[in-house]
Design a protein around this ligand. Structure first.
Ligand SMILES: [Zn+2]
Length: 469
């Protein structure tokens, strides 16, 4: 029995380690086709799996089955054999635009594990802040994690390498792998504020909160400057050592080419590398970083822009703009992770209610999230094998606190977790709505701040306000 450490029991049920044959929760590693098998019998509970992560999933199912009726804990006698539909079931948190506390990240990992999500992508760098300590280049955090002095009230900060190691260990104990994202070549203003000589113009630059500047900053890494590559390689060297997982996310999205067009160094790079024009520079960067990471047994993943123009061969692609691109990418040999704005962007508004916060011209309501089908009927096996999984995204342009992030994420993340795990034919919206009430009570007990319409108007659960059918 290993119960207790991996999943702190908020039930406060006393569970001691032992080897008795009855009145126990027995965890066993043994070979089996399912991810885990849970048996609740008259005198014992057994959870078996061929892997540790399966045991964690079985324990989480057990926790979900526990019911407290008049102070008595009960559970139905049941046998469950279960496997996930998708191997990659992720959540991306943007801790650059809004620096999220370490304790918030740990609470999020607890909740992810409870809902069997297994990948937490941390968006660690962007225009609004560099959030991870890099020993070789200390100004990335001493300068790059702080807003300009005229924004003194805004929350800056970064995670030390010791904190990252602690977080990685905490996540692994709960069956969650952390994928770090280091943005390049765009969304790099925080790095350029620290090292302006790595830009095309030389700067100087200052870091501003999202609400006071443009969404897309035209100053990006200068790719004609060899020092840019040295810094990025130093960063990826340290990041590779900190995160034991296979994937390193290099961003690659929304990079304007304006500065590269007029930069003599960038234009010289285009000529010496035989590129068509400056739009191929991004592909050159991702390809070069991909080879660097390949030698360290890491796999590059990037937003779908990395597949444009001179696409990096072998890069895994995280698709945010539209799923139409999936078949062609798969046929070109790219693995993909699906995170379309239409179903997976939880920073978008949940409804058309006037008090609703969030981005997007169209809301992403709960039923639309729930109906997401990452593997629709009709896609061929040749495409299917390249779909690693799917991921929720939470950008923090507007959500300025841990609680505000919670209100965007929940309860929609519960619906997405089910869409990632359960085949479409086993999902049923009216039945999910009934279960959601229990989920929301549980989430509230876990200390989650629920979305505004779920706090103020339970009737909205049945009929989310929205602008389209
Ligand atoms: Zn340049």
């Amino acid at each position: 029995m290993r119960k207790g450490r991996a999943t702190p029991a908020r039930s406060k049920l006393p569970l001691a380690l032992g080897s008795a044959a009855s009145n126990v929760i027995a965890l066993r590693i043994r070979s089996m086709p399912a991810a885990y098998k849970l048996q609740v019998l008259q005198d014992r509970i057994e959870i078996a799996s061929s892997a540790n992560d399966g045991l964690i999933q079985g324990v989480q199912t057990l926790r979900q089955l526990l019911a407290n009726t008049r102070r008595v804990w009960t559970m139905p006698q049941i046998v469950i054999e279960d496997s996930p539909r998708l191997a990659w079931r992720g959540l991306m948190l943007d801790c650059s635009r809004t620096f999220l506390s370490l304790s918030y990240l740990k609470r999020t990992i607890d909740r992810m594990s409870f809902y069997k999500l297994n990948v937490l992508q941390l968006h660690l760098t962007d225009d609004q802040g560099w959030r991870i300590e890099i020993k070789a280049h200390p100004k990335l955090t001493s300068v790059g994690s702080r807003f300009a002095s005229r924004f003194a009230g805004e929350r800056g900060g970064y995670y030390s390498q010791d904190e990252i190691r602690d977080l990685v260990r905490y996540a692994a104990e709960r069956g969650v792998t952390i994928v770090p994202e280091i943005e390049m070549p765009g969304h790099a203003l925080a790095a350029l504020a620290a090292y302006p000589e790595l830009s095309c113009t030389g700067g100087p630059f200052e870091i501003f909160p999202f609400f006071s500047g443009p969404n897309i900053v035209e100053d990006v890494f200068c790719l004609g400057n060899e020092s840019t590559f040295h810094l990025l390689e130093d960063v990826l060297e340290e990041v590779s050592a900190l995160f034991p997982g296979r994937y390193i996310h290099l961003g690659g999205d929304e990079c304007p080419k304006t500065r590269w067009k007029t930069c003599p160094k960038c234009q010289a790079r285009v000529r010496t590398e035989g590129l068509r024009d400056e739009s191929d520079l991004q592909g050159y960067l991702i390809g070069r970083m991909g080879r660097f990471l390949d030698a360290r047994h890491k796999q590059v993943i990037g937003w779908d822009e990395v597949a444009e123009g001179g696409a990096a061969p072998g890069a895994t692609v995280m698709i945010w703009r539209g799923l139409d691109a999936v078949p062609a990418l798969a046929k070109a040999g790219h693995d993909v992770v699906l995170s379309p704005t239409t179903n997976c962007y939880l920073d978008y508004r949940q409804s058309d209610l006037p008090q609703e916060q969030g981005e997007g011209s169209k809301p992403v309501p709960l039923d639309k999230v729930y109906s997401f089908d990452p593997l629709p009927n009709g896609i061929g096996d040749d495409v299917r094998i390249h779909v690693l999984g799917a991921q929720a995204a939470m950008w923090t342009h507007y959500a300025r606190t841990d609680d505000a992030v919670d209100r965007q994420i929940y309860p929609r993340l519960v619906a997405l977790a089910e869409a990632f795990w359960t085949p479409r034919e086993l999902r049923h919206w009216p039945e999910f709505q009934q279960r959601l009430e229990v989920h929301c009570r549980r989430l509230a007990n876990m200390g989650v701040s629920l979305g505004i319409n779920f706090r103020t108007d339970p009737g909205v659960w049945a009929a989310p306000a929205r602008s389209e059918p």
